[in-house]
Write a protein that binds this ligand. Structure first.
Ligand SMILES: [Zn+2]
Ligand SMILES: [Zn+2]
Length: 300
């Protein structure tokens, strides 16, 4: 049995007459037989138990605490199972457990109120420990609060988030083509650019020379613009728009480029080509009577 395990329920759809038939609201197939599964992180099922209401047989063998023999497994479950007693018993068996929790099932833990935490914003958190130190409750505020109870993990040390690793893991999970995944430099540039631009108006001062369109050219042969990058580098810069910046609803002005060839529109699903780009995002979007990708791209 692998280290990380979880217990959860599953409905096996069934509509005929059956004494153990259950109706579970919110499931895609609400009528059926409710089965509890003990599964590994890999997706393998190690054991299951058919729910039969009050008559559910809980033999010694079917108890997770006896089913999981070796110590130091990590067991995760949802708030249906999470109680102080469950965590304490599992702790006694050296099974590390964690689950979402309904606070009302615990004896008035002195966790901060939602109101207080919402003022601090997303990511604020609070932690309380039982007197014996065995059970810890963590309240985490995202858009709303969620409480986690555990016998082995709490808030822990706050650390710099290793966001690069998370980004790569997420791309892998999403099945993004390796070519489309930013390398570390591109990733850092994107983060930096988002931090610099998001929620801010564009600086009016532009570095470098003003573009040739604003300035009458006196030279016979055009001099290269200092801001012009070699083609290869430019291709790398012509990347996906940074979502956070794109949706900040601030100072996104259309601009017309001076390129000979139109550039592919970056609105997902659009295959149009355009000379219009956003001055803040530095990304091309169609802006023609048939389609206003510029507007759609900047909507939240
Ligand atoms: Zn923009
Ligand atoms: Zn378009």
């Amino acid at each position: 049995m692998e280290e990380n395990l979880s217990i959860d329920e599953q409905i096996v759809p069934f509509r005929e007459k059956l004494s153990v038939l259950q109706y579970v609201k919110g499931k895609p197939e609400p009528w059926g037989v409710k089965v509890y599964f003990l599964c590994g992180k890999s997706g393998l099922a190690y054991d299951f138990l058919i729910y039969q209401g009050a008559t559910t047989e809980l033999s010694d063998q079917s108890n997770p605490e006896s089913r999981i023999q070796n110590p130091n497994h990590k067991l995760f479950f949802d708030n249906f199972f999470t109680t102080y007693n469950v965590l304490e018993v599992l702790s006694g068996k050296n099974i590390q457990a964690a689950g979402t929790a309904r606070v009302c099932r615990f004896a008035n833990p002195p966790l901060k109120a939602d109101k207080e935490m919402s003022k601090k914003g997303r990511g604020s958190h609070d932690e309380v420990r039982s007197r014996d130190g065995k059970v810890v409750l963590v309240k985490w505020f995202d858009n709303r609060s969620v409480v986690l109870a555990s016998n082995f993990v709490g808030v822990g040390e706050e650390d710099e988030i290793e966001s690069w690793l998370e980004y790569r893991r997420d791309q892998e999970l999403q099945g993004t083509q390796p070519k489309q995944v930013m390398d570390l430099l591109q990733f850092k540039m994107a983060v930096a650019e988002a931090l610099v631009r998001v929620g801010k108006t564009q600086s009016l001062k532009k570095r470098g020379r003003p573009s040739s369109s604003n300035k009458p050219s006196l030279c016979m042969s055009p001099t290269p613009q200092p801001s012009e990058e070699p083609p290869k580098r430019r291709a790398a810069m012509e990347r996906r728009p940074i979502e956070e910046v794109q949706a900040d609803m601030l100072d996104h002005m259309p601009n017309y480029d001076t390129k000979k060839e139109a550039t592919r529109c970056k609105l997902p699903g659009c295959s149009g080509k355009t000379h219009v780009y956003c001055d803040k995002c530095k990304v091309h979007f169609c802006f023609v009577s048939q389609r206003n990708c510029f507007k759609y791209a900047h909507r939240k």
